[in-house]
Design a protein around this ligand. Structure first.
Ligand code: PMP
Length: 365
């Protein structure tokens, strides 16, 4: 088949909004200090790795996994403190859960609404699932603009509202009372996305049943298990019963289930590293603020810090750091409110020190 007839077919059949998208780009892994993706920087110690491998060798790969992931769900309930009476569903990362929640409500004229700057996948997955997308700008200090949010809720009547709490890429957790009023006023579902719960001081999970329209989503990615791809959503059983209809059978592989069960049996390992990340976050914020040229460092309740460099310098800072073997995320250009901003994930102490030294050199050069 010729190239032109193939592209004519693609033009004819692929949805125009998908044609207009760019695939989510992730740079290939390289030999760098990797501080771009909110991963936990501590690998497991050798003896734990050996015990995990022994546990995996018991998994029968000729059989399908436990379709309901019953054992894992029970462990997650206990570990995360899922309130009694709430139901739980697991996904291949919280990204998959966002897709399933969207498919639950998708239809002509249906819209996803979210404050922005926010998590980039909310827009991409909204488009993927045939939903409209509306973003309400945050206030200048990256706090929720409650008046604007509530006006948009009334005007847009969104089918679902996503609010990351704490927010990515700004790092802050929005004012709880304002968020509660937004949940109350929303005409449809509200998903409070607690991807960064482990580094934060507050959660809506204990109150998930207190609102008729609330789901709370979490992931194990940021606490040290990004490679597993495991997210969860908690909510009233009536909502989850509908959502379960969209979940593909066996979406959580046997290896993921066994690995997550093992990790939850050794939670103290993850908990220690989370505490270390929180302590390091404070030191990293101080170090950043002390570097000439760093104009602003936003307070963070997550495992990353967002900061503003000199006007027009973000690209140079990003590539200069790359030359020093440090990879962070350049946020400049991704959103009008993020001009000259970059985001660094909290790494191990020696990695943070390398990053700070490199940044100091790049900014003084
Ligand atoms: N929600 C937020 C707010 C995030 O920042 C991320 C990851 N960057 C996710 C969800 C996705 O998490 P997962 O790895 O579970 O798909």
């Amino acid at each position: 088949m010729s190239r032109s007839s193939r592209s004519a077919l693609i033009d004819a059949w692929v949805r125009p909004e998908v044609r207009a998208l760019s695939a989510y780009h992730v740079p290939p892994p390289a030999d760098v200090i990797k501080l771009d993706a909110m991963e936990n920087p501590w690998p497991w110690p050798g003896e734990l790795v050996e015990a995990w491998q022994a546990a995996l060798s018991e998994v029968p790969l000729n059989r399908y996994p436990d379709a309901g992931a019953g054992e894992l769900k029970a462990r997650l309930r206990a570990a995360m403190g899922i309130p009694e009476g709430a139901a739980l569903m697991l996904g291949n990362g919280s990204d998959e859960l966002i897709l399933l929640i969207n498919l639950l409500v998708a239809g002509p004229g249906r819209v996803v609404l979210t404050p922005g700057p926010g998590f980039a996948m909310y827009r991409i997955i909204a488009v993927n699932s045939g939903l409209g997308y509306r973003e309400v700008p945050l206030a200048e200090d990256f706090e929720l603009d409650e008046t604007a949010m509530r006006a948009a809720l009334r005007e847009v009547q969104p089918a679902v509202v996503y609010i990351a709490y704490p927010n990515n890429p700004t790092g802050n957790a929005f004012n709880r009372d304002a968020l509660a009023r937004v949940i109350h006023e929303a005409p449809g579902l509200v998903v409070v996305d607690e991807a960064y719960y482990a580094f934060a001081n507050d959660s809506f999970l204990p109150d998930v049943l207190a609102y008729p329209n609330l789901l709370v989503m979490r992931t194990v990615s940021k606490v040290g298990l990004a490679g597993l791809r495991l997210g969860l959503v908690a909510g009233h059983p009536d909502w989850l019963e509908e959502l379960e209809k969209l979940r593909l059978p066996y979406n959580i592989s046997a290896l993921t289930q066994a690995s997550a069960n093992f990790a939850l049996d050794h939670r103290e390992q993850l908990e220690r590293s989370v505490a270390a990340i929180v302590a390091e976050r404070g030191r990293l914020a101080e170090g950043l603020a002390a570097i000439p040229g760093v104009e602003r460092v936003w307070p963070s309740e997550a495992n990353f810090l967002t900061f503003r460099g000199p006007a027009g310098a973000a690209g140079r800072v990003h590539s200069g750091l790359r030359e020093h073997g440090v990879l962070i995320k350049n946020l400049d250009g991704s959103h009008p409110q993020l001009a000259d901003c970059l985001r660094v994930t909290v790494g191990r102490p020696e990695e943070n020190a390398r990053f700070l030294a490199a940044l100091g050199q790049v900014l003084s050069g």
